[in-house]
Design a protein around this ligand. Structure first.
Ligand SMILES: Nc1ncnc2c1ncn2[C@@H]1O[C@H](COP(=O)(O)OP(=O)(O)OP(=O)(O)O)[C@@H](O)[C@H]1O
Length: 119
């Protein structure tokens, strides 16, 4: 069953779920973002935001957590292939962190546009 087209896709989903769980259970930065995601979700219900605002908010949460997950993967690969200090490893980790920064700025701007008028 697992060797069919559908079986392989299902196995892929299981690995992806395992990866999501590993990120949530082991990575402090993802845990912090998950808590923030819960808080803004509560804020969304409290301020009764519109369907469009929900879509942008959910998109921002997904964007941040996805990019943070990829950043973690890049850090893990970098540490695995070269555990010692190296300028190139520093560069790789810095630009991976830079990607998270772009996502975070986007999410903060979306949050400000949604909530500042409601305060
Ligand atoms: N092996 C290395 N060689 C050169 N510079 C490094 C190396 N490891 C880390 N750095 C520098 O330290 C910074 C922080 O790296 P680190 O691996 O601690 O990431 P982090 O952002 O603290 O991630 P996390 O808290 O998720 O582990 C990097 O962005 C990089 O500038």
């Amino acid at each position: 069953m697992w060797n069919t087209f559908l079986g392989k896709r299902l196995k892929g989903c299981a690995f992806a779920l395992k990866g999501a769980w590993l990120l949530l259970s082991t990575e402090a930065s993802i845990q912090v973002q998950f808590v923030i995601a819960i808080l803004v979700t509560i804020a969304g219900f409290y301020f009764n935001i519109s369907a469009t605002e929900w879509m942008f908010q959910i998109f921002a949460i997904g964007l941040i957590m996805s990019i943070e997950g990829l950043n973690t993967a890049a850090e893990e690969i970098a540490d695995f292939v070269h555990p010692d200090f190296h300028n190139k490893i520093g560069f790789i980790k810095d630009i991976a962190a830079g990607a998270v920064f772009f996502a975070a700025v986007t999410a903060v701007i979306i949050g400000c546009i949604i909530y500042i008028p409601k305060l």
